[in-house]
Design a binder for this molecule. Sequence first.
Ligand code: AMP
Ligand code: MG
Length: 401
Amino acid sequence: MLELEEARRRIFKAVQSLPGESVLLSDADGRVLEEKIISPINLPGFDNSAVDGYAVQSKDLISANRATPISLRLIGKIPAGKSFSGKIELGNCVRIFTGSPLPSGADAVAMQEETQVDLKNADTVLFFGPAKPWENIRFRGEDIKAGATLAEAGTRLGVGHLSLLGAVGVESVRVARQPIVGLLATGSELREAGQPIGPSEIFESNRIGLAALARRIGAVPRIFPLISDTLAATKAALEKAFAECDAVVTTGGVSVGELDFVKAAFENLGGKLHFWKISIKPGKPFVFGQLGAKPLFGLPGNPVSALVTFILLAAPALARMQGIKNFSWPSRPATLGETLENRGNRRHFVRVFADENGRVHSAGTQASHILSSFAKANGLLEISPETILAAGTAVSILRLD
Ligand code: AMP
Ligand code: MG
């Protein structure tokens, strides 16, 4: 049986980034940059006013105060989006608004609140206080300099980067294509929701949870019809899924039973199996293979095993297909609120619940068919083989919330 790191290493070695595509910035939320983005312009693009007020030469207002205001001649007005062709000489001021370009000659903007238009003479403005040199001015390039790197290749774009790229006029970006991942469930006992179920049949639940996980990491899930336990049905379903998708995930049919057909069907199609079985719990039976460059993740059928192996092994690979080199799920520091132990010889990924104070408890029964504890859990805690973690131990949990 393989250790988790070795399994991941082999998967990473085999899986390649998908070719990129160009998308509008407005469609790029959550996408991963394939290119480094350099700013084509300065931001701000020109010196401009940070307030509504009057552009002045600060020298004029050195002695201004409430009792003895200074009056300056108003020689123009610069609404946002316009500029002023003249130059401010001593004794002059220009009406200016937030974001309007600073007129030539000015070295400060006095806030409107510190001024008053002279009631007797509309061409004159009274200033009730001094303005320091460069006060209330936003400088060209103070946010971003033309030529600066705005985002490295491999960045997953979020609100901050999208806003920044928008501000320098980026219209579209090259991003990694989102892998289409086919989700297939094998098992003659499985039924779709809405269908009647016989006494020995169950509702299929793996594809739903896996689709949600796939979306969270930027893959596009495609749910395929249920597959009954025959070699022919499994082969036909795999063939169709590989034709339509960039990666294929199956659940069930990878154990040692004579009705487990995933491996045989895959090899029959020309797929190459890289490994089978990993030393983790839940999730021992796990198949990784490739048909051409496209990966197959053959997950166990038990619902929690399927989800956990997807989280630990398939998700990082699907992230890598989008150009993310070092994907990891978010984690949080926590403290054990009770003693938890792993008596077995495989690493155990325990469903836990961390409360708002970061105290961690088991989320319930840990058997691989128990979904109620997975639903209650907001994290997974790794416990090494033959290990007891005492209450009070500081741990880090993989976040599921
Ligand atoms: P298998 O890995 O096919 O031997 O399945 C192991 C267990 O998981 C069996 O109890 C199956 O009925 C159950 N199981 C397999 N696939 C699913 C599924 N898609 N949804 C719910 N239970 C499943
Ligand atoms: Mg089965």
